[in-house]
Design a protein around this ligand. Structure first.
Ligand code: BDR
Ligand code: CA
Length: 346
């Protein structure tokens, strides 16, 4: 079965790993990529995203520019992690393409409303891998897009330790209000949500040797870029392997059985001196009496990934970025809308 997907990214070394997987896997139909400020400023994110899609051989994929800054916070990038250009300073030839003239929120609306016209298996899986600013704006402005959505699988949050702070994971930390709004809207709209957080994020890993094999394929293709992204991370922290990061959330769409998830009540901490932006996952025994708790139980729940088969996901990623991997069939822009109208008229 082919899964229609849209990625929302802040490319980002590991977003780039995710884009390579989503652009090249034959079981995914990548309908658009939307960009938001996060790891780098949004214009840099757009440039990085276009560059990765070119390297992946997918210049057909629509890319749109979204929010520059969080809803309330000042933007605070993570170039200390991702390099000055946000993508490992690889000196990679830059794309000459431009983003779609529409705002990311309008592209998301258009893609999802088009999906809503089609059959049930045409519904899109939305995969946010970045601060949730665009998605919060989308779901509050155009809640009717829920009809075109199958599920939301987002990278963000943590049951255990954070990374941006001791408590909070970067994507949620960067725009906590947006994350809280998205979870609230998903509960309102009855949309299934999977949280692929830091508890699993670091486990699918690729070694330096595997990265070098990819780099040796050369030709500025997807495998070489994939290898360079991993090598950059190994170099930065002085390790022999590096995570595929956000790409793991795409793996969770492709191979859902590779993660163990539990449906758990979830909140985003919006106050707190040292804990703002933390995802509070309620792992208490829900069978016990919680009536003494003045905060009660969150009305929002998500399928929280607690364990991952890291080797299986790393293998899936490696097999897909290899130069001889089978590419997805691409669809001419606008074809789906025409087909849906034809079908409705029949
Ligand atoms: C997340 O934050 C970003 O740095 C990564 O791209 C990933 O989405 C991990 O906290
Ligand atoms: Ca990211």
């Amino acid at each position: 079965m082919v899964h229609p997907v849209v990625l929302d990214v802040d490319t980002g070394v590991d977003d780039a790993c995710a884009l390579l997987l989503a652009a090249r896997h034959p079981d995914l139909e990548l309908r658009a990529v939307t960009c938001v400020g996060g790891n780098a400023a949004v214009d840099q994110v757009v440039a990085n995203t276009l560059t990765v899609l070119d390297a992946a051989g997918r210049p057909d994929v629509v890319v749109a520019r979204g929010a520059e800054r969080p809803l309330l916070e000042e933007a605070a990038d993570a170039r200390h992690v991702h390099g000055l250009d946000g993508m490992g300073d690889l000196d990679w030839p830059r794309s000459t393409r431009r983003a779609d003239p529409r705002h990311a929120v309008e592209v998301l609306r258009d893609v999802l409303l088009e999906a809503a016209l089609g059959r049930a298996d045409d519904r899109v899986t939305l995969v946010p891998l970045a601060p949730l600013t665009n998605i919060a704006l989308l779901l509050r402005t155009y809640p009717e897009v829920a009809r075109g959505l199958r599920q939301v699988v987002f990278m963000g949050g943590a049951v255990d330790a954070g990374n941006a702070t001791a408590s909070a994971e970067f994507n949620v930390f960067h725009d906590p209000e947006a994350a809280a709004i998205v979870l609230d809207a998903c509960a309102d709209l009855d949309l299934p949500v999977t949280m692929y957080g830091l508890d699993v994020f670091y486990q699918p890993r690729v070694t330096r040797e595997q990265a070098q094999t990819l780099i040796d394929t050369g030709n500025r293709g997807p495998a070489e870029l994939a290898g360079r992204l991993i090598a950059f991370q190994c170099e930065r922290v002085g390790a022999d392997s590096a995570t595929i990061g956000d790409a793991g959330a795409v793996c969770a769409v492709l191979e859902p059985s590779g993660v163990a998830r539990r449906r758990l009540p979830l909140r985003v901490e919006l106050a707190g001196t040292w804990s703002r932006g933390r995802t509070i996952v309620d792992r208490r025994d829900q069978a016990t009496d919680l009536s003494h708790d003045p905060h009660g139980q969150s009305r929002v729940s998500a399928d929280v990934c607690l364990e991952v088969d890291g080797d299986a996901y790393a293998r899936l990623w490696l097999d897909t970025v290899r130069p001889d991997s089978v590419m997805p069939d691409t669809v001419e822009p606008g074809t789906r809308a025409r087909d849906a109208v034809d079908q409705a008229q029949r």
